[in-house]
Design a protein around this ligand. Sequence first.
Ligand code: NAD
Length: 476
Amino acid sequence: MNTMNREYVMHDFRLLINGRLVKGAGTLDVINPATGRTLTAAPRADRAQLDQAVAAAKTAFPTWSAMPLRQRAALLGKLADALEAEQGEFARLLTQEQGKPLAQASWEITATIGTMRYFATLDLPIEVLKEDDTQKVVRQHKPLGVVAAITPWNFPVLLLIFKVAPALLAGNTLVAKPAPTTPLTTLRFGELCQRVLPPGVVNVIVDQNDLGPALTAHPDVATVAFTGSTVTGKKVMASAAGTLKRLTLELGGNDPAIVLADVDPKDVASKIYTAAMANAGQVCIAIKRLYVHDSIYDAVCEELGRLARETVVGDGLDQATQMGPIQNQAQFEKIKGFLEDARQNGKIVAGGSVIKREGYFIQPTIVRDITDDARLVREEQFGPVLPVLRYADIDEAIERANDSDFGLGASVWSSDLDQAFGIAARINSGTVWVNKHLDLGPDTPYAGAKQSGIGTELGQEGLEELTQATIINVAK
Ligand code: NAD
């Protein structure tokens, strides 16, 4: 039985290599962002353990890929059952290492289970592309081999499963590497894999931001499924070039939302606030720039300010908490820089400061009358600080929304759905929502435009992404 109190996590965390739970060559301290204190020490792999993990995945590949797809789907279902059986413990551990309120952590685990169960229903049938008296042309999807799954610290479990579920169903094997500040839930997930899957099919290693280059350049890794920042994504792409690996890069975003004059400012402000501040703004597809029509600008700013002032910020384990801390100290320092920028280039409506207590807490912050060239508008803040910009002309708003190297998500808010759809079609992002934001389902393909990524996750397309399409062209 694990003892998990607020201060420590009493559990013997191990790496998973070739079906065995093993100690790391070293350790690293995992900090609870709500206290700034060490929760536990996690095992840390060295280069030799990385090589062992890749070798194990390579050895497991022929048998795993030869197993009928429906059998692999059944094992994926068992993995989902195993996670469901420990859902409460996973959610609590996620809050402790990541910081998000327990309700949001529970949501993440539920969504993770749902994603596994969804992928377990998919198939990769052989498609007949054409057939006549002289020939038959078919397409077959084959697994690629060893997948390196590299994940960030904002949704450590869900984003891991976005990779693990399709990779396993398609017949690939895997080496997973979480972010060094949130390794615990991934290590616990490794324990479930150890119980349910054949040895070597899933391996879990932990590093301190030092093993990524070796993993992405490794000659026995066939493809890299990466979620993280655009800066790191570019390094991954360069590193993978040596062996021309396949890549799925889900990278940073600076999602704009455009609010038209015809909405109820109060109602829309509340939905936008949630989509900007969930997980303390540490969501790739959070609303990060808000463009509001001049006629309702003051009303929207006022309502957002009210919601920010009313938000209960605290330790995610406290039932009353609505917003947790920033996940790690480096990000906390970065957000402080954005607050300084907001003070200089805009007007603070609510918040604007760090919260003076232990841990990495920032007041939810709304900034108005800020210039388009402010850092808070140009860059990805990845924190609870929302700039609100004014516009008068919709063409100008679309141009400003598109004026970014990022193109992950966006949204349009209007009571005229036809007009909103027309505007959505002019926004250059992987996903554009109308009258909502932040809505990802496992069955809907998800991809970034511009420097927000390459390749697709989720849906049938996300499954096929982790395969090699082979055309078999037969003369009759
Ligand atoms: P990060 O890029 O710093 O780290 C992501 C992962 O890459 C970590 O596991 C890290 O250890 C690893 N890494 C670091 N250096 C590496 C290297 N040279 N080679 C290979 N791997 C390396 O990102 P982060 O700070 O953990 O996460 C925040 C960022 O992730 C934000 O920009 C956010 O928008 C983005 N994100 C994108 C999506 C999406 O789906 N598009 C989802 C969540 C987060």
